[in-house]
Design a protein around this ligand. Structure first.
Ligand SMILES: Nc1ncnc2c1ncn2[C@@H]1O[C@H](COP(=O)(O)OP(=O)(O)OP(=O)(O)O)[C@@H](O)[C@H]1O
Ligand SMILES: [Mg+2]
Length: 291
């Protein structure tokens, strides 16, 4: 293992909070900084696979579900993304639902990605980014168990703050019982719009509460942008579809902010959130942000 490969899981139990958008745009942003990136799409919806331009016929032959069921290592299952020369993808497909059914209850049900993350991965990629779906099943657990880091996208509203609380809670259980070195890289505030009076208030409150609860919030705010869905329709991350736009620059700034924290597999103790403070977040955000 010659490289310090960083495995990052992008997760939030709440659906539709920009997990996939974060995965594909961070992949493109890291790639533009010269990093070689592998995206593992562990969502049966396959949205990251589509946005990274993977041909569905190719994805039918080589995909994550098959790799899990047959214990196929990365080198025999990855596909090249046409979006950038240094982004590879292990495709997410509908077959993942069947794979979850078959694997649930197996002794290695929380280690489903282990055979795939072979030495090839550590020799060839700087960064592995895993997209997840919003269910606490064995696939999600396996993604968090295989990761060195996790990131939590969140929208600036109280409902999303509740999702964040649930996420910190479940991630803490995974750190405690399955993956003691799992490191929280932070919450990312997405779809931020400063013209909404509530958004700056939300950001201020969530930063204050997260500090008290001992978990990080990324400095970079990802703005609301109509270019995000437009880029998805064009099967591209916005970072490659509209480079140098405000939204694209925000993702590049986020990648630049995260890079110094990425040190491969960390040793020693990781920061632990103060769960009592974490549980206060939803109520306090709701109380502080009037709609
Ligand atoms: N910054 C943004 N500005 C505008 N729209 C955005 C932004 N980020 C995400 N979206 C839109 O929000 C929706 C949800 O995003 P996305 O699919 O990334 O969420 P998800 O968390 O992966 O959802 P799921 O839980 O279904 O996997 C999409 O329609 C996406 O285009
Ligand atoms: Mg998604």
């Amino acid at each position: 293992m010659s490289k310090k490969t960083n495995i990052i899981c992008v997760a939030n139990q709440k659906g539709g909070v920009a997990k996939t958008t974060t995965v594909v745009n961070l992949a493109a942003a890291f790639s533009s900084l010269g990093k070689s990136v592998l995206v593992i799409d562990s969502d049966y919806q396959g949205n990251a696979t589509d946005i990274l331009g993977i041909n569905p016929v190719d994805a039918e032959k080589k995909n994550l579900a098959r790799a899990i069921l047959k214990e196929i290592p990365c080198e025999n299952v990855y596909l090249k993304s046409p979006v950038a020369s240094n982004i590879d993808v292990i495709a997410g497909t509908r077959e993942l639902t069947e794979a979850v059914v078959q694997m649930t209850g197996q002794v290695h049900q929380h280690l489903l990605l282990k055979p795939i993350l072979s030495e090839y991965v550590y020799d060839n990629y700087d960064i592995v980014i895993i997209d997840t779906h919003p269910t606490l099943d064995c696939l999600y657990m396996s993604a968090m168990t295989a990761s060195h880091y996790y990131l939590m996208p969140v929208f600036p509203d109280p409902e999303s703050a509740k999702g964040l609380v649930d996420m910190v809670h479940s991630a803490e259980k995974i750190r405690k019982y399955l993956n003691p070195l799992l490191f929280n890289l932070g919450a990312i505030i997405c779809r931020y719009d400063k013209s909404f009076a509530t958004h700056p208030k939300f950001v201020e409150k969530i930063r204050e509460l997260a500090k008290a609860a001992n978990f990080p919030v990324c400095e970079t705010l990802i703005p609301n942008s109509a270019s995000i869905p437009a880029a998805s329709v064009a099967s591209q991350p916005v970072v490659t579809w509209k480079p140098n736009s405000i939204i694209s620059n925000a993702y590049c700034a986020l990648a630049g902010e995260l890079l110094p924290s990425l040190k491969g597999k960390r040793m020693g103790r990781v920061p632990v959130p103060n769960m009592e403070q974490v549980y206060k977040i939803t109520d306090e955000v709701e109380a502080s942000v009037e709609f």
